[in-house]
Design a protein around this ligand. Structure first.
Ligand code: PLP
Length: 371
């Protein structure tokens, strides 16, 4: 049957490789430690779980289509005007809606070499043209992004910190980028990991959103709040962008369980603090231990690390991945990110972190350092 005899999608859609999420199983292993999708090893706040359970008695009702309670809770937490917040089915949905709203066919969206893969998918799905700006030492390079700007640039996607590299750029660099953008180009600051960052020169971008007309900031409940299953993301933006996205978003995009659970989660600041403290400790420990094994680890400010394997010494990421899987340790392979010799590891529970270090020590044929 020729393809003209059946419905055909727009041509650019066939250029898209479907997103492949991190693996969640290790065949034949009783206990699995999933360290492949940057999920929280602490899980959600007990109060969030309670709020989720309570919703079971009112499932027949449509949710509030504008997620008012959740926007107000976010506004209270960050001191933001709720009318300039919009919630999404994960920040993934907001990325797609932004691309749909601001790209006409042939318009360009810039992101960096190892930028989050969803930017490419959203751009192509909206008939846009992905433009890749080179990184320096696995880090976004503002001069390279500025150099990639053309008359057709309409969006710049910047994950800060970036996934899968874990690196960040200081706020002064984000401001320099915004100042160099043409006013009709939208800067999308994806701050999915902002809560984990412990650096004085870092800002998620709230002030830049508040003081300009072409910057939005994306946040998520999937990482620090441990609610990836519920798909809750949000955006803070200028009034005109919020108005635009409200016109095209699905009417009930955030479900009632997500709204109720999100409200409880964001109020539990003690739980968020526990997650940050856990991460700070084990991120440093993992980085130090893996470096001591002779592995190169890209310095990370997120809740995950990028581990590079010495393929030239016959120790490939692929072999390491298979070795770890046998012990129930599921990391993230990164060939889709053009990092075939690296694995991304989420900072896990103490047990999982220690198991990975001893397994990698065994894989590399060395003794684990005590600590
Ligand atoms: C995990 C992640 C998100 C969050 O996605 P959700 O759809 O909110 O789960 C967004 N951006 C980056 C860079 C991420 O790593």
């Amino acid at each position: 049957m020729s393809t003209s005899e059946r419905p055909a999608p727009r041509p650019s859609i066939l250029e898209i490789s479907a997103y492949v999420p991190g693996r969640s199983h290790a065949p034949g292993v009783a206990k699995v430690h999933k360290l492949s999708s940057n999920e929280s090893p602490l899980g959600p706040s007990p109060k969030a779980i309670e709020a989720f359970r309570a919703l079971a008695t009112s499932l027949e009702f449509y949710p509030d289509g504008s997620a008012t309670a959740l926007r107000e809770a976010i506004g209270r937490q960050y001191g933001l005007d709720p009318s300039r917040i919009i919630c999404g089915t994960g920040s993934d949905e907001l990325i797609s809606l932004l691309a749909q709203a601001y790209l006409t066919p042939g318009d360009e969206a810039i992101y960096t070499t190892h930028g989050f893969l969803v930017y490419r998918i959203a751009t192509l799905a909206a008939h846009g043209v992905p433009v890749i700006a080179k990184e320096t030492s696995y880090t976004a390079d503002v001069d390279a992004i500025i150099g990639a700007i053309s008359p057709r640039t309409r969006i710049v996607f910047l994950a800060n910190p970036n996934n899968p590299t874990g690196t960040y750029i200081p706020y002064s660099e984000v401001r320099r980028l915004q100042a160099a953008l043409p006013p009709h180009a939208l800067l999308v600051l994806d701050a999915a990991y902002a809560e984990y960052v412990r650096r004085n020169d870092y800002e998620a971008g709230i002030e830049l959103v508040a003081t300009t007309e072409n910057v939005v900031m994306l946040r998520t409940f999937s990482k620090i709040h441990g609610l990836a299953a519920l798909r809750i993301g949000w955006m803070y933006g200028p009034e005109h962008v919020i108005d635009t996205i409200n016109r095209i978003r699905p009417a009930f995009n955030v479900n009632a369980a997500a709204i109720a659970t999100g409200v409880a989660a964001i109020a539990d600041t003690a739980h968020v603090e526990r997650a940050v403290t856990h991460n700070e400790k084990w991120l440093a420990w993992l980085t130090q231990q893996l470096t001591a094994l002779g592995l190169e680890v890209t310095p990370s400010v997120g809740n995950f690390i990028l581990i590079h394997f010495p393929a030239e010494q016959g120790k490939t990421a692929k072999d390491a991945d298979e070795f770890l899987l046998k012990g129930g340790l599921v990391l993230r392979a990164l060939s889709a990110y053009h990092l075939p010799n690296a694995l991304r590891m989420t900072v896990g529970t103490e047990e999982a972190n220690r198991l990975v270090v001893s397994a990698l020590s065994e894989f590399l044929g060395r003794e684990a350092r005590r600590g």
